[in-house]
Design a protein around this ligand. Sequence first.
Ligand SMILES: [Ca+2]
Ligand SMILES: [Ca+2]
Length: 225
Amino acid sequence: MRMLVLITALFFSISHAEILFTDDFNDGNDDGWIHIGAASYEVINGEYFIYNQGDRGQGKSTNGDASGTMSTSDYSVLCSIVIECGSEGGLFVRYGGVDQWYYRVVMKPYSSRILLERRNDSGPTMVLDQYDISIYFDVRYWIRLQADGDSICARIWQGSAADEPDVWHLEDVDSIQQEAGCFGVFAGGYGKISWSCVFDDVVVSTPLEQHLSQVTWASIKAAGD
Ligand SMILES: [Ca+2]
Ligand SMILES: [Ca+2]
């Protein structure tokens, strides 16, 4: 029911986007998700936990609308995330393996910021943009990461999915990785401390039309002149 409400809310906010994939984990499992990294992956009470402890640990879980990968390079991923403990958590898109570039949005509670990055797990990480925001443990946030051609952007908010703001908090133009790959969620930590993130209500759609209302209004005005 909650997913139906979410999708209905989304339909009104992104009525020009097509929904490609959803998972609310309410069936009690993460069937179809592929685990990468030494972590525990567990669905508890309809939410998806990725957790562990250890040096520079990270757990990723990937999926896609076409047998685990995405059918298109241009897509927008939304989910809710609660960081229970640890140093980072977030979303990624266009992931094609350990030696490939991909884009990710990473929440950093200890440094009070969220980063948009182009990353290669076996090489360097490029910070494309950053946004300063206090990120609290055990608080639910919504994050969206969208790749549309060479436009990579992301935003973060609290409240419900329907409270999504119009503005992008992070954006950049980058054309290095144009392969569809898969999308995913991740959690991680450094040092000996435990880390754990809780994800829910994953919705992947075609890219949102950001300036539709302005374009439409301008068109109406132009037509009336
Ligand atoms: Ca499931
Ligand atoms: Ca759920």
